[in-house]
Design a protein around this ligand. Structure first.
Ligand SMILES: *Cc1c(COP(=O)(O)O)cnc(C)c1O
Length: 222
């Protein structure tokens, strides 16, 4: 058994069946993805549009691609036809453009709202107030070709696991507030995407429904 398959099996044995595993394959060769695919993995996460384009035609078309990195508006058109989920919606402008490109091809695209939970300037995302403003704005109500499925966030890159836990608690609370206020009858608004290789266990304890794990499956990135 290859390292990748063993790592995947180990990881799956440690997470509840209800938690979805996104195998983060950024920077990895297609051969690594094929190994994971052959062992049953279907959900893969990438943070660059060009990298998904380079890889996707070399892989079976039932691979489910999740975009987890910042999306530039000029790249929306290329990924809307095939992307399974855009986890990194960080502005109303981006959401509107995804909506209009999806409308043109008669698709509804699943999206997560990225929330800024880290104490770092570099991470993209909304805060709760900005998100409430977006959801209450007139432009939001007419977006019929995107389906909001929940929230995504990244914790601070730190060894302080108490801080990481607080940030995940914060994301879970944001999700609950949004759900109760705006998405109460929307059964599809049910995902909290949080947790990576170093913190997925804490994330699951704090309510994650979707973890995004790269290095624990494929090894350290160079
Ligand atoms: C790279 C990345 C991950 C996975 O990181 P690992 O530490 O390798 O598990 C998860 N989420 C996002 C947004 C990423 O960019």
């Amino acid at each position: 058994m290859s390292g990748i398959v063993g790592n995947l099996n180990y990881l799956k044995s440690r997470i509840p069946a209800s938690v979805k595993l996104i195998a983060v394959s950024k920077t990895r060769p297609v051969t690594d993805i094929v190994e994971a695919y052959n062992s049953g993995q279907r959900r893969f996460g990438e943070n660059r549009v060009q990298e998904i384009l380079d890889k996707k035609d070399l892989l079976p078309n039932d691979v489910e691609w999740h975009l987890i990195g910042h999306l530039q508006t000029n790249k929306v058109k290329i990924i809307v036809p095939f992307i399974t989920m855009i986890q990194s919606i960080d502005s109303l402008k981006l959401l509107s453009i995804v909506n209009s490109e999806a409308f043109k091809i008669n698709r509804v695209v699943d999206c997560l709202l990225q929330i800024h939970i880290a104490h770092e300037e570099t991470k993209f995302g909304f805060n709760l107030k900005e998100l409430s403003d977006v959801i209450e704005s007139p432009g939001f109500k007419i977006l019929n070709n995107v389906r909001l499925c929940g929230v995504m966030g990244m914790a601070t890159y730190t060894s302080d696991m108490n801080q990481v836990r607080r940030e995940f608690v914060n994301l879970s609370e944001c999700f609950k507030i949004l759900k109760d206020k705006y998405f109460i009858g929307k059964i599809h608004f049910n995902e909290i995407s949080m947790g990576m290789s170093g913190d997925y266990e804490i994330a699951i304890e704090e309510g994650s429904t979707m973890i995004r794990v790269g290095s624990l499956i494929f090894g350290e990135r160079k």
